[in-house]
Design a protein around this ligand. Structure first.
Ligand SMILES: [Zn+2]
Ligand SMILES: [Zn+2]
Length: 381
């Protein structure tokens, strides 16, 4: 029994990269077994204020040292003005001794020299996202996250490696609860390939179908530790993993035996995973995203406690939107190839400019070109 317990305590397989395989639910169980109910409690805590003597006993030091530690660690020590008055948080005092403030000052100075405010926009965006879930409690208590619930943080990478980026920038970081189904994460992962509309529409741009790829091709799978978890919720779903399993079994390729299972039957607690190890999410046939579980921990009373807000985005990559090549104001909705009217191939247009340039007042096509619906990466910003 002891051996089985140890198996689920994460230890490094490759130092500072990934752990050995653990069973997520058993790992959570070990924590709950070893922690007291007050440590697991999600009740709101009103600041615990120990008396100096109590603190001295807790820390095993003299009362004088305890008093000093208390004043050094108090919230007041973080205030930048001496008298602790409420000052305008936007104004950074010049004589502040806080390192964080001098770093902040430098960033603001550097930003003033920059022509574009892109970095600033991204910062506001990140801040908004971080604060939207923080400490949220549900109005209806039945939506409350249970005590001792596990929170997994996953990084889902964007499938395309852009030349500009360093190639390993995670697209999003998402928190999920241990008791949530894999399908809940699947539905939360946003990718432009789900929004594509297939086909060439230069002859009848107004007839571009409403149906996006997500509605047409519903198959997808996650791959974790030798098991393909296929989304089979709808009758039209196909087992995308069968080709891979067939390929692997057709010769002895040294991958061992792969298994396939239904995504909707499994929660994160049911999984066997290595923390930090790159796994796979595949949808739309060949849109492949690396998925890494970077952290597993117990829920804390300061976390978002509203179950309905999970899977919760905690970090997202900001994509620059592609503007229309004509007006340079609106986001591109169309892309053309072999366009006799355009200076570039491919060339991007907003809906208004596209139709104004390519069709007469009766809606007849002018010139030769191929037109496709374009979905911008910035759609999810
Ligand atoms: Zn994708
Ligand atoms: Zn335009």
């Amino acid at each position: 029994m002891a051996g089985r317990t140890d198996e689920n305590i994460p230890t490094y397989e490759v130092a500072n990269v990934n752990t050995k395989k653990i069973h997520v639910g058993s790992f959570g169980h070990l924590w709950r077994q070893n922690l007291s109910s007050c440590e697991l409690s999600l009740a709101e805590v009103s600041g615990v204020d120990l008396e100096d003597e109590e603190l001295a006993t807790e820390l095993d030091c003299t009362a004088d040292i305890a008093t000093e530690i208390k004043s050094l660690c108090s919230v007041d020590a973080l205030k930048s003005n001496e008298d602790g008055e409420e000052a305008d948080p936007e104004i950074i005092p010049e004589d502040s001794c806080l390192v964080t403030l001098s770093i902040r000052n430098k960033i603001i100075e550097r930003r003033k020299e920059m022509a574009v405010d892109r970095a600033f926009r991204q910062e506001v965006f990140l801040h908004e996202m971080e604060s939207c879930g923080l400490g949220a409690r549900p109005e209806d208590l039945s939506d409350m996250v249970d005590e001792g619930e596990l929170v997994l943080t996953l990084e889902v990478f964007h499938p395309v490696v852009y030349q500009k980026s360093n190639g390993n920038k995670p697209n999003v970081a998402i928190q999920v609860l241990g008791t949530q189904k894999l399908t809940e994460l699947r539905d939360a992962i946003k990718c432009v390939s789900d929004l594509q509309i297939g086909g060439e529409f230069s002859s009848n741009p107004d007839l571009a179908p409403e149906n996006i790829c997500k509605d047409l091709f519903k198959s997808a799978f996650f791959y974790f530790e030798g098991v393909f978890y296929n989304d089979m919720r709808y009758p039209e779903c196909r087992d995308l993993s069968s080709t891979i399993i067939g390929w692997s079994e057709s010769h002895d390729r040294g991958y061992g035996k792969f298994q396939s299972a239904k995504m909707e039957d499994f929660t994160f607690n049911d999984l066997n995973i290595k923390i930090g190890f790159p796994y796979l999410y595949c949808h739309q046939g060949d849109c492949e995203h690396i998925v890494t579980i970077v952290d597993i921990r117990l829920i804390h009373h300061e976390d978002c406690l509203d179950r309905r807000l999970y899977p919760l985005y905690v970090r997202k990559h900001w994509f620059c939107t592609r503007k229309c090549n004509v007006c340079n104001i609106y986001v591109a909705k169309w892309v053309t190839n072999q366009d006799s009217l355009a200076p570039d191939d491919p060339c991007f247009f907003c809906d208004v400019c596209f139709k104004m340039l390519h069709y007469d007042t009766e809606g007849n096509k002018l010139g030769d070109f191929l037109a496709y619906v374009y979905v911008d990466h910035g759609t999810f910003n």
